[in-house]
Design a protein around this ligand. Structure first.
Ligand SMILES: [Zn+2]
Length: 407
């Protein structure tokens, strides 16, 4: 790590966003300000997926282990990478059954699909889920938000016919590009092919790898290779981004899967009334919210873009007699859904400005005698830029535009 740059754990503490505690290794605690960012990101991804025709669902966190035996996860990841419990319904603890905290959503998503018979008219069926997953990362590998045991993932599973694969993968790649561009990240695609230990026939692997390579090619996207790095059930296209320190991270992924539809005997009725097997496409855009937030925090060094700023505007009355005007300004900002606070402490104006800058608050509004008598506000940005005196209406219009453009 570059000496001048702070890591996300330090920034998370200083700005009161999140922290970890030995009482829950690998599972972060979210403070109110961190939760503002978390919820804004959630809102953004929900909007993107809704616009792309996904339907949101939710499945249980804890299910009987037999589900993961059927899916193949048990054999692949073993008991050591999942949290498994023996639970009994009886008072004396007899006849315990094996349960697992889900390490991924896929097997449960197939239960939603199998809820009733499906017709070709419903395909592609895009089921999204922002779910909490648990994975037993080794304690030596747990690191702040970058590697956690409790993961929030913006997951989705698409059930489609083979003819629909290209359009679906293509739309997902577009969504990934739009998403990562909006944060200003550089990104690269990687095609990850069949691993040594895998499920499914070579014929299906040939077909799946070819389909993904075709999707990249037809979109004119270059992709590096990750030979043998596919999921055990199918090949994938991963998105790698570079952070502020030139470190590379794998975040988004789209995976093509012919195996799980077979393992769970998924079907749909085609135009001729015959039973067919759908394909399953797994995809995540953030990947893990926790990891994405760690990278964002370090990338911006806590100075988040306005739409993510926990406090967007700090109102600074110059003297105590300006507090009630400051309060009036606050009410108007809140009515316009701007996250604002008044610093009414009996401190010097310069000290209040310095503190707001330390807290990386995007804008400061300074109000004194002149502003109050003219019914205006003086605006400064956190990087010291002075926007002069303007009307609250003009400021609100500027701020709204900046929020909406996610600049
Ligand atoms: Zn999946």
């Amino acid at each position: 790590m570059n000496k001048q740059l702070k890591d996300h754990k330090q920034i998370g503490q200083e700005l009161e966003l999140f922290f970890t505690n030995d009482i829950a290794p690998g599972a972060p605690f979210w403070l109110p300000k961190g939760m503002v960012i978390f919820k804004e990101l959630e809102k953004y991804i929900r909007k993107l997926t809704e616009n792309a025709g996904y339907l949101e669902t939710s499945t249980p966190i804890m299910v009987k282990s037999e589900l993961f035996k059927q899916s193949g996860h048990w054999a692949k990841f073993g008991e050591h990478n999942m949290y498994n419990l023996q639970l009994s319904d009886e008072a004396d603890g007899s006849n315990p059954e094996g349960y697992t905290l889900k390490p991924m959503n896929c097997p449960e998503s197939t239960i939603l699909y199998r809820f009733r018979p499906r017709s070709y008219k419903e395909l592609p069926l895009r089921l999204a889920e922002i779910g909490r997953l648990h994975r037993r990362e080794k304690s030596g590998e747990v690191n702040g938000l970058l590697r956690v045991r409790q993961i929030t993932m913006d997951d989705a599973h698409i059930y489609a016919t083979e003819d629909q694969i290209f359009d679906e993968v293509s739309n997902i790649l577009d969504m990934m590009i739009q998403f990562y561009k909006s944060f200003g990240f550089e990104y690269e695609f990687r095609l990850a092919t069949r691993p040594e230990t895998r499920a499914g026939s070579d014929e299906n692997w040939d077909k799946a790898e070819k389909k993904l390579a075709e999707a990249l090619e037809k979109k004119g996207l270059k992709a590096g290779d990750k030979l043998g790095d596919g999921a055990f059930y199918g090949p994938k296209i991963d998105v790698h981004i570079k952070d502020a320190q030139d470190r590379e991270w794998q975040l988004a992924t789209v995976q093509l899967d012919f195996h799980m539809p077979e393992a769970f005997d998924l079907k749909y009725i085609d135009e001729k009334g015959e039973q067919k097997r759908p394909v399953m496409i797994h995809r995540a855009i953030f990947g893990s919210f926790e990891r994405f937030l760690a990278i964002l925090t370090e990338n911006f060094q806590g100075a988040f873009p306005l739409w993510l700023s926990p406090v967007q505007v700090q109102i600074i009355p110059i003297a105590e007699r300006h507090n009630s005007y400051a309060q009036k300004v606050l009410e108007q900002l809140k009515a316009a859904e701007i996250r604002a606070e008044v610093d009414a402490r009996a401190e010097k104006m310069q000290a209040k400005i310095r503190d707001a800058q330390m807290q990386k608050i995007s804008y400061m509004i300074i109000v004194g005698d002149r502003e109050e008598s003219e019914n205006k506000i003086a605006v400064r940005s956190r990087n010291g830029q002075d926007s002069g005196t303007l009307s609250l209406e003009d400021f609100l219009a500027k701020v709204k535009e900046e929020v909406e453009s996610k600049a």
